[in-house]
Design a protein around this ligand. Structure first.
Ligand code: ATP
Ligand code: MG
Length: 318
């Protein structure tokens, strides 16, 4: 059997878009000329401002809608009207899990338990196996206390977790997550990020559409910037280094990056700019170890001038 690392080297394309355009029936042009590939085992983020087409893109990757122009391939299969209604598509859909931006779309049963059991029930599993899957998923998301509640009566964050659970219980190969951390409190957000990363380590491919720049470095090895068209593609480091491109697209950098640039104005000569808290801890630890246990900060002649410039660099007001 091939090792996971070798599979990664081969870079198997699971989802591919070539020259994809999409317009809604009312004429709204949501996507224009998108070329994009998602490889097996990757963690990819799609970022872009409101109305950029992120949700529309995920719908196309999930085979829910067909491009109005161009080609969408799912697991190597080019989609067309005939395939969308065929048995083949049923088998493909089982391999994809789409967590919708609006959790209400996913939750329609009388209890949370039933919603999580809904997917496995359609996989022809035994009742014992279904019970096991539901219990495991409830535990994974730490929502055992919600299992008998009516989804309508859940809080926003509880609904989001229940919706994620309803998709995970099917055990799909690829997860398409639309704003998975919206409405979540800090602990729930950290839990969901950890779960997604654990799932990625077990081989699942993750595509996350998000507005929350702070989670991008934690949830992505590669980032696509979307604003109807693809504006950029690269590692989080490459993407967050291009401030002008981000500003043009109404996006920003993670807060921790800004803080370290402020520290630079106070004379902290960091070795690399951290994108996440975990990276910040590493960078600070390295500095303190090499600088004999200290970080030297001071106000010099240009400190406040530099801070003013820095604020201008990140300012989004027109
Ligand atoms: N069913 C629809 N009918 C007509 N236009 C639509 C429909 N759904 C979305 N749109 C339009 O398509 C464009 C892209 O919407 P989409 O939901 O994909 O953006 P998004 O990047 O996910 O935005 P957000 O960050 O607000 O979730 C928007 O201009 C939106 O108004
Ligand atoms: Mg959206």
């Amino acid at each position: 059997m091939k090792k996971a690392s070798n599979l990664w080297k081969e870079k198997t394309a699971l989802l591919e878009l070539k020259g994809v355009c999409y317009s809604y029936p009312d004429g709204t042009e949501a996507l224009n000329n998108i070329d994009l590939t998602i490889y097996r085992g990757e963690k990819v983020a799609v970022i872009g401002p409101n109305g950029a087409g992120k949700t529309t893109l995920l719908k196309i990757l999930d085979g829910l809608v067909l491009p109005t122009k161009g080609v969408a391939k799912i697991f190597g299969m080019p989609l067309n009207k005939k395939i969308l209604n065929s048995k083949k598509m049923y088998n493909v859909r089982k391999r994809l899990g789409f967590v919708f931006q609006d959790p209400d779309v996913e939750l329609f049963s009388a209890t949370v338990w039933d919603d999580i059991a809904f997917g496995p029930l359609h996989l022809n599993l035994s009742h014992k196996e279904i019970d096991k899957r539901v219990e495991e998923t409830l535990k994974l998301l730490n929502i055992e206390n919600l299992k008998d509640k009516h989804p309508y009566n859940l809080s926003g964050g509880e609904k989001r977790k229940a919706a994620i659970a309803a998709v995970l219980s099917v055990d799909p190969e690829v997860l398409l997550l639309d704003e998975p951390t919206a409405d979540l409190d800090p602990r729930s957000k950290a839990e969901v990020i950890d779960i997604i990363n654990e799932l990625n380590k077990t081989g699942k491919t993750i595509v996350t559409a998000t507005q929350d720049m702070d989670i991008v470095p934690e949830l992505a090895d590669r980032v696509y910037v979307l604003n109807k068209e693809l504006m950029a593609e690269g590692t989080p480091k490459e993407i967050f280094s291009d401030i002008e491109m981000l500003k043009r697209n109404n996006l920003e950098v993670p807060e921790v990056m800004k803080l370290f640039e402020v520290l630079k104005c106070f004379g902290y000569d960091y070795t690399r700019l951290p994108l996440s808290i975990n990276e910040a801890i590493k960078v600070l630890t390295e500095t303190i170890e090499t600088e004999g246990g200290h970080i030297h900060l001071h106000i010099h002649e240009h400190t406040h001038e530099e801070i003013k410039k820095l604020k201008g660099k990140y300012n989004h007001h027109s």
